[in-house]
Design a protein. Structure first.
Ligand SMILES: Cc1cc2nc3c(=O)[nH]c(=O)nc-3n(C[C@H](O)[C@H](O)[C@H](O)COP(=O)(O)OP(=O)(O)OC[C@H]3O[C@@H](n4cnc5c(N)ncnc54)[C@H](O)[C@@H]3O)c2cc1C
Length: 382
């Protein structure tokens, strides 16, 4: 296994890093405190390829390899968790399934404008008030055929980007009989009558990434808006989440890296007992652990992305990478606060925000418990 990045991948990382350092990181605190989505920076992402990372060039995308896509999300996470989550969801959860399952007409209609950043973003709507981990058993939102239309009714929860999207990929029940072939994906433009997007949820972190409950009341879209195969929504969702988990793992590594860098800087500057705190072994060990665990997490994320890029199975590796990277990130951010002492608890210092932001990563796109379930199923033939 050779993780030496190619010249192209290194250059891409450099370009994204410079962009993030200029356009996202300096504004991350404002984004958190104001809750305003950073449209100014996002509008500049189209030409860089960040809004269509793995979209083929024929549809206006950047067509970067899966490892480069993970690197881009890692860099975005290093700069601003809120914006990174929005861009990760847009790429991995909305565009990803359209690239993989869309008809030619769907790709032509949706990919070029979304990848160019001409309008707004895209989002994926799986979760409901009564269904998160258990989508197969829990999804109540229905889509019923009537003439040449689907009629969608129900309520969704926790939709990242709902208010800043032109398009939702919605998981619906198309067979009331239930079972593993009862769910489907439908493309729903956000301006379709009958959709109500509730005000943004008040959250612990990622405050500049709007998350919403969304109600569908007799929402009518053409039958041709079915994405992929009718009845295969669960399987399509699981494949989409494999990819999304690589993204969340990468985002968590980026958040952890930012916290680690802040802690290293502070350990040089702060003095106690007549010397910089980096001279205290307890501080050294927290930072040594952070460096070690972040490196391991990054390699696991890259490994899963690499397998994905090769077209090999990577469900287990994506779950392992997400599980490990998100839990490492939480630990690194926690200890970065510890290194800062009382100042680490202050909103004046970046580590306080990073800790709040990274907390979501062990929950969204499958909790740590669900990742362990996926891994166990693979290693135990369950
Ligand atoms: C900020 C944010 C953004 C989000 N963005 C999106 C989005 O864009 N689109 C979307 O569809 N969803 C989104 N979500 C929803 C998210 O994916 C779910 O919250 C998550 O999958 C968990 O589902 P749940 O909240 O229903 O928890 P539950 O499924 O109710 O789980 C509750 C607890 O039980 C545990 N648990 C459940 N089942 C098992 C089991 N079989 N074995 C062991 N433990 C189990 C869980 O791990 C958890 O600890 C978002 C959530 C948040 C907070």
């Amino acid at each position: 296994m050779d993780f030496q990045l190619t010249e192209e991948q290194r250059e891409f990382r450099h370009v994204v890093h410079e962009f993030v350092a200029k356009e996202l990181k300096p504004l991350a605190r404002h984004t958190d405190e104001s809750g305003e989505f950073n449209w100014t920076a996002v509008k500049k992402m189209g030409p860089l390829g960040l809004l269509g990372l793995e979209v083929p060039e024929a549809y206006g995308g950047a067509a970067v390899d899966a490892l480069s896509a993970a690197i881009a999300i890692e860099e975005l996470g290093w700069g601003c968790g809120s914006t990174a989550l929005a861009i990760s969801a847009h790429n991995g959860l909305a565009l990803g399934p359209i690239v993989k399952y869309g008809t030619e007409a769907q790709k032509q209609e949706w990919l070029p404008p979304l990848a160019a950043g001409k309008g707004k973003l895209g989002c994926l709507s799986l979760t409901e008030p009564g269904a998160g981990s258990d989508l197969q058993g829990g999804v109540r939102t229905t889509a019923v055929k009537e003439g040449d239309s689907w009629i969608i009714d129900g309520q969704k929860m926790w939709m990242t980007n709902a208010s800043i999207s032109d398009l939702m990929v919605v998981l619906v029940r198309t067979d009331p009989g239930g079972g593993s072939r009862s769910l489907s994906h439908i493309l729903v433009p956000t301006n379709t009558p009958g959709i109500t997007v509730a005000p943004a949820e008040k959250k612990m972190g990622l405050k500049g990434s709007p998350t919403h409950a969304v109600t569908f009341d007799e929402v009518r879209v053409p039958l041709s808006n079915l994405l992929g195969t009718e009845g295969r929504g669960l399987q399509q969702t699981l494949a989409t989440l494999d990819s999304g988990r690589v993204g969340i793992g990468a985002l968590a590594v980026g958040l952890g890296q930012a916290a680690y860098e802040a802690a290293i800087k502070y350990a040089h500057e702060r003095e106690t007992f007549g010397q910089p705190i980096k001279q205290h072994q307890a501080v050294q060990w927290m930072l040594a652990d952070a460096a070690t665990e972040l490196q391991a997490a990054r390699l696991m994320v890259y490994w899963a992305a690499w397998l994905k890029g090769l077209g090999k199975p990577y469900t287990k590796e994506a779950a392992m990478a997400k599980l490990f990277a998100t839990e490492v990130s939480e630990r690194v951010c926690r200890n970065a606060i510890q290194v800062h002492g009382g100042y680490g608890y202050s909103a004046e210092f970046e580590v306080e925000r990073l800790y709040r932001d990274t907390r979501l990563m062990t929950i969204g796109e499958g909790t740590s418990e669900i990742q362990r379930l996926v891994i166990a199923r693979h290693i135990l033939d369950l």
